[in-house]
Design a protein around this ligand. Structure first.
Ligand SMILES: Nc1nc2c(ncn2[C@@H]2O[C@H](COP(=O)(O)OP(=O)(O)OP(=O)(O)O)[C@@H](O)[C@H]2O)c(=O)[nH]1
Ligand SMILES: [Zn+2]
Length: 372
């Protein structure tokens, strides 16, 4: 599908390479960014171009013990040149952010395998675009879905941005809808985009400045591929129309899952990331509902259930109209889901990742950052 010619080499900084990553590179190795993984090997982009690097014995051993150590798209890796000229993926550099799917797998018998080991779907994602169409069939933007995807975005450690896509479909109702969406996304930038007219596309591009890496989360048909194509200025992704037109399955022609954009920045698109809304979320829920968490601190009872307790600040906010009732219901629903998932995913992994990212989140939630 892509008409772009593969370059013979990549400018490392255009792939997101920087000094702090360089400081962690083992001596005598070559930095490379993982663009796709296969069994036992990765397609990588590096100063030498695009090449295949097989995993070293050490990487294979580590991954056998803990699948989280398996290379994934977006990872930075250290390559070693073997005497015969091939490259081996010797080690992974520490990840700054990661989308982790908990170990809720299916056993061969069809039941849930409780092995509770995580799998990393994408690493080193700086910006997480949450795409929700202004109009989906006959429904306007689903605020609950935005909240759920925001929880996943916060949890990854990346910087979330909400994009109301297909803005052309809603006409005069847009301003009202944007206010509603903003109320579901405290502390997060919200923009309207239209891939048909190009409205908002430059704004989106701005988030990728400095060779940042993004993913676009959103339901099927949200306009993710169309947006990425608009950013790239060419068809790097198959859209639903194309797929419907030639009857081929999805992802048959898309090989690289890490896509460097001609205007700078990179986008990660994998089947796993496309389905991520179906996976779990944990403490990200707290970040999405920071407004309710804040109110809850004002409740008379520390264990207030925000139901019919006296002195409940949350119920008071609903009564005086400052907190939409829908938001409390959405918070409860996501909390229940998060608790269910947490009970069957790797607690150790979660803790480890969260303590790392708490610092980043704190930084991002500082006053002055577009709080409502
Ligand atoms: N009117 C309008 N239609 C759009 C816009 N963006 C995308 N579409 C259409 O919406 C449909 C779905 O777009 P895709 O980009 O394939 O959606 P997707 O999110 O990649 O969908 P999946 O691949 O199923 O996850 C296509 O028919 C697009 O032409 C837009 O800004 N305005
Ligand atoms: Zn309360």
């Amino acid at each position: 599908m892509s008409s772009s010619v593969l370059p013979d080499f990549y400018d490392l900084s255009a792939l997101g390479w920087n000094d702090s990553l360089a400081a962690g590179l083992p001596a005598g190795t070559l930095p490379a960014r993982v663009a796709r993984v296969d069994r036992g090997a990765a397609e990588v982009l590096c100063a030498e171009g695009q090449l295949t690097a097989h995993y070293s014995a050490r990487v294979r051993r580590a991954a056998a013990t803990d699948p989280v150590d398996l290379p994934c798209v977006g990872d930075w890796a250290a390559l070693r040149r073997l005497p015969e000229g091939r490259f081996e993926l010797e080690a992974l550099l520490p990840r700054r952010t990661a989308f982790v799917r908990g170990g809720v797998g299916r056993t061969s018998q069809g039941g849930l395998s409780g092995d509770s080991r995580g799998q990393v779907l994408a690493a080193n994602v700086d910006v997480v675009f949450v795409a929700e169409p202004a109009l989906h069939a006959t429904d306007t933007a689903d605020l609950g879905r935005i909240e759920r995807l925001l929880a996943l975005a916060w949890e990854s450690g990346g910087h979330p941005v909400v994009l109301v896509t297909k803005a052309d479909l809603i006409g005069d109702g847009l301003a009202f809808l944007m206010d509603e969406v903003a109320s579901a996304a405290p502390g997060v930038d919200v923009h309207a985009v239209c891939s048909v007219t190009g409205e908002g596309v430059d704004l989106v591009r701005g988030y990728l400045e400095g060779s940042r890496t993004a993913v676009v989360l959103g339901a099927s048909g949200a306009g993710k591929s169309t947006l990425v194509n608009a950013l790239a200025g060419e068809a790097v992704m198959e859209t639903q129309q194309v797929r419907a037109g030639d009857g081929r399955g999805r992802h048959t022609t898309v090989h690289r899952e890490l896509i460097p954009l001609p205007g700078g920045g990179l986008v990660i698109d994998t089947p796993g990331i496309r389905r991520i809304g179906l996976y779990e979320m944990g403490e990200g829920v707290e970040a999405v509902f920071a407004d309710i968490e804040e109110l809850a601190e004002e409740c008379r009872f520390a264990d207030c259930g925000h139901d019919s307790e006296p002195g409940c600040a949350v119920v008071a906010a609903i009564e005086d109209g400052t907190l939409p009732e829908r938001r409390l219901a959405s918070w409860r629903k996501l909390q229940r889901e998060a608790a269910w998932m947490a009970s069957r995913t790797d607690a150790r992994l979660r803790k480890e990742l969260q303590s790392k990212w708490k610092v980043i989140h704190k930084e991002m939630r500082k006053p002055g950052r577009n709080r409502p």
